[in-house]
Design a binder for this molecule. Structure first.
Ligand code: HEM
Length: 404
């Protein structure tokens, strides 16, 4: 206990017990970030802020939401939207954030792919990122059930049906997930629990893991340059800030991030106040009715690409293709066989692969929203096959890539 002396200030008191100065150095003032990064490196912070907006708006919605099949729809569409002061505002923030967060996640993911930020000791960043993607998807799906509208009900029906795994007919598993033969009270209660408690806790834990995974390999940079962080940080601390290739996480990097976050928030609140309807499906303004199937059932836009991979095939093959699409991104650090850490623009065939994958996923998204008829179903099939071929081809086209 010898290290405990009479504290001279609150900071000193805390320092003796929690080593706050050391933590502050490790996580902020001596957390070194390369200078050669662009605005795309602010997307992580934009995601963290959007998640905070989702948490806060969710807590306000929770004060009036009723997780009961007879009350849920009215508690959202009447109580929150019309009766509670500013209830509409919290709902718009929550709905818009839930949609926009996926746009930013996709930008963040594709930035990682373009710059090869999953390579050389950065695999754990990638894996924790993919786990975040999966839990965010589950969080969005469970949230979509809560207003108990027509789309909630029927999307719940379609997605849980997937677990019967085609010809394996695992109907018992589907009933176990639903807690009933069809989506009903048990279903709503458990998805409510997942949405407001279990999944947010998992997401918070995973964000912690994602940050921790960044600390040792350091953040990548836009030139794929191998930076000697020790030498460059010494230069910075010796006073040569301009000559050093690195900057502090706080406040150098954070102040740059905050400028991008500020621009993002202007765009975000413009959507919240003037253009929120894209985030609220009109079909979901009809209460759930188990006797009336909507003519066309589709998921929210961010799931459309994987939905379209499921749809053009027969049930069993569709399920295999869908399963493939869910796990293949996680394997990227091992499927890309090239040791190059330079951006895609300097990687020949990989650059073509990157743009083809991006365009293919946009085409899949567009086709997923349209009814699977005529030319749309043919384009959907070609795009789904293309997705699979691109991933199978990746190890082969990167294997013989020239060292840059
Ligand atoms: C949704 C929650 C997420 C949050 C809050 C988050 C946050 C962050 C932050 C703050 C950074 C460092 C700065 C930056 O590069 O932006 C980062 C880096 C990174 N993230 Fe995420 N991220 C999330 C999801 C994802 C997802 C879904 C992936 C895809 C697999 C991913 C992959 C990466 C990669 C590869 C890096 C390293 C970038 C580099 O080294 O240049 N993240 N993330």
């Amino acid at each position: 206990m010898a290290q405990f002396t009479k504290a001279t200030s609150i900071k000193d008191w805390l320092n003796q017990r929690l080593a706050i100065e050391k933590v502050e150095k490790v996580m902020a003032s001596e957390y070194w970030i390369p200078k050669n990064i662009n605005f795309l490196w602010a997307m992580g912070m934009v995601l963290a802020i959007t998640f905070a907006l989702l948490l806060v708006s969710g807590i306000f919605l929770l004060m009036y939401y009723q997780p009961h099949v007879d009350l849920a729809f009215d508690s959202v569409n009447y109580t929150i939207m019309r009766e509670v002061d500013f209830g509409w505002l919290w709902r718009h923030i929550h709905g818009v954030a839930a949609s926009v967060v996926f746009l930013v996640i996709y930008i963040h993911m594709f930035t990682g792919i373009y710059y090869g930020s999953y390579k050389k000791g950065r695999e754990m960043i990638w894996i924790s990122g993919m786990l975040l993607f999966v839990t965010f998807s589950a969080e969005a799906f469970s949230g979509y059930m809560l207003p108990w509208g027509q789309m909630s009900y029927w999307a719940g029906m379609v997605i849980t049906n997937i677990f019967s795994l085609g010809d394996l007919h695992l109907d018992g598993l589907v009933e176990w997930i639903r807690g009933d033969y069809v989506p009903a009270q048990a279903f709503l209660s458990r998805f409510f629990m997942l949405h407001v408690l279990l999944l947010p806790l998992v997401i918070i834990g995973l964000i912690g893991l994602h940050f921790a995974a960044l600390r040792i390999p350091h953040v990548n940079n836009q030139d794929g340059e191998e930076i000697d962080f020790e030498a460059e940080s010494k230069k910075y601390l010796a006073g040569d800030k301009a000559g050093s290739k690195v900057m502090r996480f706080a406040n150098d990097f954070m102040s740059k991030d905050m400028m991008i976050v500020g621009i993002y928030l202007i765009f975000f609140f413009y959507l919240v106040f003037y253009n929120y309807s894209f985030a609220l499906d009109p079909v979901n303004f009809d209460p759930a009715d188990m006797l009336k199937t909507p003519t066309h059932i589709y998921p929210e836009w961010y799931f459309l690409w994987s939905y379209e991979i499921l749809r053009p095939f027969s049930v069993n093959i569709g399920l295999i293709a869908f399963g493939f699409a869910q796990v293949i991104f996680v394997l990227l650090p091992w499927l890309d066989r090239s040791p190059n850490t330079v951006p895609a623009s300097r990687r020949g065939l990989f650059q073509i692969w990157f743009w083809l994958l991006l365009i293919d996923m946009i085409v899949l998204t567009a086709m997923g929203k349209l009814p699977p008829e005529g030319i749309f179903s043919t384009i959907g099939l070609v795009a789904a096959l293309m997705f699979i071929v691109l991933w199978i081809a990746l190890p082969f086209i990167t294997m013989n890539e020239k060292k840059v």
